[in-house]
Design a protein around this ligand. Structure first.
Ligand SMILES: Cc1cc2nc3c(=O)[nH]c(=O)nc-3n(C[C@H](O)[C@H](O)[C@H](O)COP(=O)(O)OP(=O)(O)OC[C@H]3O[C@@H](n4cnc5c(N)ncnc54)[C@H](O)[C@@H]3O)c2cc1C
Length: 464
């Protein structure tokens, strides 16, 4: 579309067509408020990124829906998106230094893991410890637990590796190094229910289509990267990377926290307040990714839910090597020939430096060397991945409360969310998953934040 054609009537600019931006736009449609979305990339959805595979869609980004009392779950129910089958949590295989972990070790480990999960949840609310990191606290419980066990040297090694995998699970789920994941996350984050919904093969494609269908395509300027938001005058001036600029009464920014961390000094004129800027710096932003490994046929047994590898064998020359972060592999529920590698830590950055064929070689060698005593591993045919850490509009995966944020004793989510007001008019509003107090990290939080900021603006103009 030609942005100039419709510019005369526009009053609100929304930066970003992810779930926050689309939900804000949907609200403006409902209320008859003029708006325009500027989306830097060439697609809508942001960190929701379905791609077509066989009869359905695999998800580079969001895949599960947290909570049930929210609009996203409403769409899940309305469009029949719940998966008919669930992952069998029992179907675990753990391999340490190339050897299968035996039942005796599993039994001992399970006792530790389930009691520690509960303790960590509680610790999140305990004043004395809530500012500690998950890693610190797990190690504390682990050393206590080990003192009470009578294990051989090799059994102790297995347990230490199980502990490493345990911390990695937190890294994967929370998209945060376990050393920087503050216990307070467990007390602050709340979806209202314990579980998360697994969706069927259409899943997030349908949710995204539903949200996008409420927003006319003519109201989205695609490939329109905003490089500066100038709020010195009565109108806010939005400058695009191609030099075009547009004037608005108010703006909603939905760029990821990763984007704000990197660009906040050049994105805003005048600069953001010291307190908002410091909150953006302090709050955590992780960098998880999934790599979908496609095989001719599955080589893993039926019913297998997860393969975990630790204490790897093979090339151990470099520290920080990609292989160290290739720990968790999961068969896909409906795509039989796909194994998903869930990668956290330094892995996403290291993987982003490799071509597909280099990455396939690393993965093939890694799986073959570590699993050869347990399975006959075949060769990967293709991989599918999106590198969130090098995606210029994401620069990572999702947010978390970091140690620094915990220790600062400030409400950083609120500081990031607070609008910039001029004579009480909300001139610059901040939405996006990182601005939702209870469901940061999630699509639910993102959509909620878009609605919240649209209503803030609507309230101001007394249109509600
Ligand atoms: C690997 C991975 C797995 C995940 N799994 C889940 C999950 O299972 N469940 C869940 O709930 N959540 C999950 N998430 C998180 C979820 O995807 C995000 O919380 C949510 O999509 C964020 O939406 P948003 O609108 O806040 O931001 P985004 O989706 O990032 O949208 C922001 C938009 O702004 C655009 N933009 C940025 N800068 C500019 C600019 N300067 N000019 C113009 N446009 C710009 C971007 O291109 C983007 O489209 C996952 C994320 C990742 C990466």
């Amino acid at each position: 579309m030609n942005l100039n054609d419709s510019i005369q009537n526009i009053t609100v600019a929304i930066i970003g067509a992810g779930f926050a931006g689309l939900r804000a736009a949907q609200r403006f449609e409902q209320l008859g408020i003029n708006y325009m979305i500027f989306e830097g990339s060439d697609r809508v959805g942001g960190r929701v990124f379905p791609f077509s595979y066989q009869s359905g869609y695999l998800q580079y980004g969001a895949e599960y829906v947290n909570g049930e009392d929210n609009e996203i779950y409403e769409i899940v129910k309305k469009n029949n998106l719940l998966s008919a089958t669930e992952i069998d949590e029992e179907g675990y295989e753990t391999v340490v230094y190339g050897q299968e972990v035996n039942n005796k070790m599993y039994k001992i480990w399970d006792k530790f893991e389930s009691s520690t999960n509960e303790k960590l949840e509680r610790d999140g609310a305990r004043k004395e410890v809530k500012n500690q990191s998950v890693s610190e606290r797990i190690d504390f419980y682990f050393s206590d637990f080990m003192k009470a066990q009578k294990l051989s040297q090799s059994e102790q090694t297995v347990m230490q590796n199980m502990n490493k995998l345990f911390k990695n699970q937190y890294q994967l789920e929370w998209s945060a190094p376990s050393t920087d994941l503050c216990l307070r996350n467990f007390d602050t984050w709340d979806s209202g229910v314990d579980s998360e919904a697994t969706l069927n093969e259409i899943g997030f494609k349908s949710i995204l289509d539903e949200l996008a269908s409420k927003v006319p395509k003519t109201k989205i300027g695609m490939s329109s990267k905003v490089v500066n938001v100038d709020y010195t005058g009565t109108k806010v001036k939005i400058m695009l990377s191609n030099g075009q600029y547009f004037l608005f009464d108010s703006v909603i920014i939905t760029a990821s926290l990763g984007y704000l961390k990197k660009h906040k000094t050049t994105l805003f004129t005048p600069a953001l307040s010291v307190s908002k800027s410091a909150a953006i710096d302090r709050f955590g932003f992780g960098n998880n990714m999934k790599i979908f490994l496609e095989y001719n046929d599955p080589w893993w047994p039926n019913g297998m839910s997860t393969i975990q590898i630790s204490g790897r064998v093979g090339n151990t020359e470099t520290s920080n090597s990609l292989e160290d972060d290739l720990m968790v592999f999961q068969p896909f529920l409906w795509a039989r020939k796909i194994l998903v590698a869930w990668v956290a830590g330094n892995g996403p950055l290291e993987a982003s430096k490799l071509t597909d064929s280099q990455l396939m070689t690393v993965l093939d060698n890694h799986l073959d060397t570590n699993l050869k005593n347990v399975y006959i591993v075949s060769k990967i045919q293709r991989i599918h991945r999106h590198s969130w850490i090098s995606d210029e509009f994401a620069l990572g995966s999702y947010s978390y409360i970091s140690n620094k944020s915990c220790q600062s004793n400030t409400d950083d989510i609120k500081l990031m969310r607070d609008p910039i007001l001029t004579n009480r008019r909300p001139v610059i509003c901040f939405a996006g998953e990182h601005t939702d107090s209870e469901m940061f990290q999630t699509v639910v939080g993102a959509a909620r934040s878009g609605l919240r900021e649209a209503d803030r603006i609507a309230n101001y103009y007394s249109l509600l």
